[in-house]
Design a binder for this molecule. Structure first.
Ligand SMILES: Nc1ncnc2c1ncn2[C@@H]1O[C@H](COP(=O)(O)OP(=O)(O)O)[C@@H](O)[C@H]1O
Ligand SMILES: [Mg+2]
Length: 236
């Protein structure tokens, strides 16, 4: 496999074509953004930590029967993935109230959400990733009704698998954001799963171990990501 030209660069990763039209290289950079890209900083080791963390989670999900784009790790900061047509929608599943849900609905951070709740957001930084619903997605042609139902089903399945996994490391999966795409006609999980795109709290102290440490200036961001990985048995 040969890495070719840069296809696009997002806020945290750069995407490269390869000599195989079905495969891409994802390069996890040290860039860390918050508030729809309004704040960007470099955090040492972040690319490596998130790349390895993501590989570990994607492999767990594949083993549990979730179709993902993940192929293999290539280096500390790179992995090989299936080239998808991304659906420009973020699927958010929440087990505990936090973040924008609390701001929008005026609910207290930390309340349990039973059953877990689900939201769609349009992936558009300029618009601040607005919340959308199933009808918007269908009317604007971002996905079909059938693709929508697969995205929801897979998101809830991923949530259950990972809730149990993090619990083994004495952590609560508060919420997570997933992105899907189409690969040869099938909806599969894409992008990344790392502490950048989910919330994780220590089960006993409820200490924040995810990107809220960066958003809220709590410090020790990457140290915390590494600790999350270590609690799952990962070494960096
Ligand atoms: N398998 C894939 N095929 C094509 N594009 C992908 C794949 N996985 C992730 N992407 C896209 O790669 C881009 C780069 O990632 P990221 O830096 O997170 O960007 P963003 O700033 O848009 O969040 C994103 O637009 C993401 O949707
Ligand atoms: Mg992203």
């Amino acid at each position: 496999m040969e890495k070719r030209q840069e296809l696009y660069a997002g806020k945290a990763k750069s995407v490269y074509t390869t000599d195989d039209a079905d495969l891409l290289v994802l390069h996890f950079r040290n860039d860390t953004s918050a508030f729809d890209g309004k704040i960007i900083e470099q955090l040492d080791r972040k690319g490596m930590v998130n790349n390895k963390f993501n590989a570990f989670i994607m492999e767990k999900l594949e083993a549990a029967g979730i179709p993902t784009h993940f192929e293999k790790l290539l280096s500390d900061e790179e992995c090989l993935v299936k080239k998808m047509d991304m659906i420009p929608v973020e699927c958010v599943v929440r087990n505990i109230a936090a973040g924008s849900l609390c701001r929008r609905l005026g609910v207290e951070e930390g309340i349990d959400l039973t059953p877990p709740t689900f939201e769609f957001f349009l992936k558009n930084d300029e618009l601040g990733d607005p919340m959308i619903n199933d009808y918007h997605i269908e009317s604007f042609g971002w996905a079909t009704a059938e693709q929508l139902s697969v995205m929801k089903k897979l998101t809830f399945q991923v949530n259950e698998i990972l809730k149990a996994l993090f619990l083994e490391g004495n952590m609560l999966l508060v919420d997570s954001k997933l992105e899907f795409g189409i690969y040869h006609g099938e909806v599969i999980l894409g992008d990344e799963f790392s502490p950048d795109g989910c919330r994780l709290w220590d089960k006993d102290t409820r200490e924040k171990l995810d990107k809220d440490r960066f958003r809220q200036g709590l410090g020790n961001v990457i140290e915390s990501y590494e600790m999350v990985g270590k609690r799952l048995g990962l070494s960096f």
